[in-house]
Ligand binder design. Structure first.
Ligand code: SER
Length: 307
């Protein structure tokens, strides 16, 4: 397949592009900043509608993986720009995909689409959703639009509600769950970290390789098996900063974590702690591989060259 990836320079894109290439696809990786992949790359601002349409018209991808976004913290700081990127550009992209005959679209939704009235534990696929953050508001609206494009234009659009993604190789920026990756790097280099969330704040997380596998498996699933065209819940594991600290201290006993919560605490407290992913399990066989000890072990091995 010919595949276009947007936001390919982000945490998920950097791992997804090589995974798609390894499957034999011809991948054009795009991002607002220059990229270094072995394969074709191009600078693309997805809010530039004529540029997006021109690229789809000239490159004619079979599938688009749309990852360009401002995450939750950045969306609070740059609300209008966040809305333009997270929602308006998405709408324009879906329209362009219909126009230029794209067969499949993947985009990333988020646990941020849930809110304070959502059950926090084992959150059902179909739960009350009242996001308090602008990122979540955009993602929930995008979920409705995603289903709309499936129903009205038969666009084969698929999505996952990503929990915090934890993996080596990239320091995520602009999110609320970034602390998990940052804590590993800080523990390795400085043996101390100041966390912007309180120690007990438990959130759903997923190891990067599980996240990539989830995308690939969802996109390979037969269309007729999928009943969710908004975005699927997926559960990997759940942990709090304090739980992660305890695991890291088994490797670095003098690692010290201090806590200075900021505006992200309120966002995190409005999100689920764990998700019921039974739709994903039933309809396309989702199964996470990494629990917390396995995640810590794998991260630690990947960070070994830093010491
Ligand atoms: N990882 C995202 C964030 O922290 C949530 O999906 O904003």
């Amino acid at each position: 397949m010919r595949i276009l990836v947007t936001g390919a320079g982000g945490q998920i894109g950097l791992a997804l592009v090589p995974a798609l290439q390894a499957q034999g696809h011809e991948v054009l990786a795009t991002d607002i900043q220059p990229l270094a992949f072995s394969g074709p790359t191009q600078c693309l601002d997805v809010t530039n509608v004529p540029a997006v349409r021109a690229l789809l018209e000239s490159w004619r991808p079979d599938a688009v993986y749309h990852l360009a976004a401002f995450l939750s913290a950045r969306s609070e700081k740059e609300p209008r720009a966040g809305w333009r990127l997270n929602f308006e550009a998405f709408w324009e992209l879906l329209e362009a995909c219909v126009t230029y005959g794209v067969k499949q679209v993947f985009w990333a939704s988020s646990i941020a689409a849930f809110g304070p009235h959502t059950p926090r534990h084992h959150t059902p696929q179909y739960a009350p959703m009242d996001p308090i953050g602008l990122y979540g508001i955009a993602k929930l609206t995008a979920e409705r639009l995603s289903e709309y494009f499936f129903l009205h234009y038969s666009l084969d659009v698929r999505s996952l509600r990503f929990p915090g993604v934890v993996g080596p190789g990239h320091l995520p920026q602009g999110g609320t769950t970034d602390f998990a990756v940052h804590m590993f790097y800080a523990a390795k280099k400085e043996k101390r970290y100041c966390c912007y969330l309180l120690p007990h704040t438990r959130l759903p997380m997923i190891y990067l390789s599980d996240a990539i596998r989830a995308i690939l498996e969802l996109m390979e699933a037969p269309a007729e098996r999928l009943t969710v065209r908004s975005a699927y819940n997926i559960q990997g594991l759940s942990f709090s900063p304090a739980e992660l600290v305890a695991h890291i201290q088994r490797r670095v006993p003098d690692f010290v974590c201090t806590y200075e919560p900021d505006f992200r605490q309120r966002l995190a407290e409005s999100w689920p702690e764990s998700l019921d992913d039974s739709y994903a399990r039933r309809e396309w066989g989702w199964q996470p591989h990494y629990d917390l000890p396995a995640l810590v072990e794998s991260m630690w091995q990947a960070l070994e060259p830093l010491s």
